[in-house]
Design a protein around this ligand. Structure first.
Ligand code: SIN
Length: 342
């Protein structure tokens, strides 16, 4: 015999179903004492304990939780990226899941978020969150960030917005967001363009939407072996040693963290031009932290076979270049179209 639902259990069974995937990070960090916000171990607190610290979650969504990994995100690797993308796609393909939240370390969050933004094949919400203070800290920021992330993932308004970050009450697009502080609680910004919206006290508001193609509108998938793509930087006195060694090692692509508008020291540019002539994809980005890199602006891309990263920083440009190379795109004109589209 079915037990009749009480009004509160009836209300609970109408809540959206959100899967929480935990990967570690400071949000799951613990320190020996509550005043310690720097000398802690990341990724040691389990997802059940993180959820238990936020009783209000039960009035926002029906939660299912998985401990996918327990790492400091500085150690994120392509094998775990593959697992994460495949798990998110499998969960969202189920009619029993309305959205996914991923808890992650802040250090490489912008890379994982952009990867998911390009490789998830669903319009259902995928929301990352994190924390700058460990779970043991006075004024830990993780619990409210987690509640806000689940609130966004449970919201109809988040459908079709691509992969999102809910952090410090703001909602950012995975494409634009970057970590901009080593210690501040307001560590994430979307330079120049700003946040998509905000989440507070159960209310979700979007003030703009994402213009560039993402998720279901991209051809990208993970699964094939990841092409080797490395990042090199241009700076005063740089040599060509790193580029020559990487080309000799067989890299498929190089992203340059250039100066200013993606300009490159003449010595490094010569090495990169030779790399491009040998079939290595070369993408110019900037180490500056905001603004865009203009095609043929600070280097003759047409003449050298280089690609401009536009507004992507070097780390995000590397993610897109790996996915593009894995999908079979490799000539510089086609790669430029990829960078102009996503
Ligand atoms: C990490 O990225 O896993 C550690 C740092 C953090 O989460 O803030």
């Amino acid at each position: 015999m079915n037990t009749p639902l009480t009004s509160s259990s009836a209300a609970a069974s109408a809540l959206p179903r959100v899967a929480v995937l935990a990967t570690g990070g400071t949000i799951a960090g613990a320190a020996p004492d509550a005043a310690n916000t720097a000398g802690y171990q990341a990724g040691v607190v389990g997802v059940d304990q993180l959820l238990a610290a936020v009783p209000a979650l039960s009035s926002v969504a029906r939660i299912q939780a998985e401990q996918l990994a327990s790492i400091d995100s500085k150690d994120m690797a392509s094998a775990l990226w593959t697992t994460l993308v495949e798990r998110v796609n499998a969960l969202l393909a189920s009619a029993d899941v309305d959205g996914v939240v991923i808890t992650h370390g802040t250090d490489t969050l912008e890379e994982t978020a952009y990867l998911l933004h390009l490789a998830v094949k669903s319009a259902k919400p995928v929301v990352l969150t994190a924390a700058m203070r460990p779970s043991s800290a006075l004024s830990a920021d993780g619990p409210l960030n987690l509640l806000n992330a689940v609130t966004v993932a449970a919201s109809e308004k988040a459908h079709g917005q691509g992969v999102l970050l809910a952090f410090n009450n703001r909602i950012h697009s995975a494409r634009d967001v970057v970590k901009t502080s080593t210690y501040a609680v307001d560590a994430f910004q979307s330079p120049e363009i700003g946040a998509l919206g905000w989440v507070q006290d159960g209310r979700v508001e979007f003030q703009r939407s994402v213009v560039r193609a993402h998720t279901t509108a991209t051809p990208f998938a993970v699964g094939a072996p990841w092409p080797q793509v490395e990042i090199v930087a241009s700076y005063a006195g740089v040599s060509r040693l790193a580029v020559d060694a990487l080309v000799a090692a067989g890299v498929r692509g190089l992203v340059v963290a250039g100066t200013g508008n993606g300009s490159i020291h003449a010595t490094l540019q010569q090495a990169l031009a030779e790399a491009a002539a040998r079939g290595v994809a070369v993408v110019r980005s900037s180490r500056v932290g905001s603004g865009h890199v203009m095609r043929n602006g600070a280097a003759p891309d047409d003449a050298l076979g280089f690609v401009s990263a536009g507004t992507l920083n070097p780390y995000k440009a590397r993610v897109l270049l790996m996915l593009a190379l894995a999908s079979g795109v490799s000539d510089s004109a086609a790669l430029q179209r990829v960078f102009d589209t996503y």
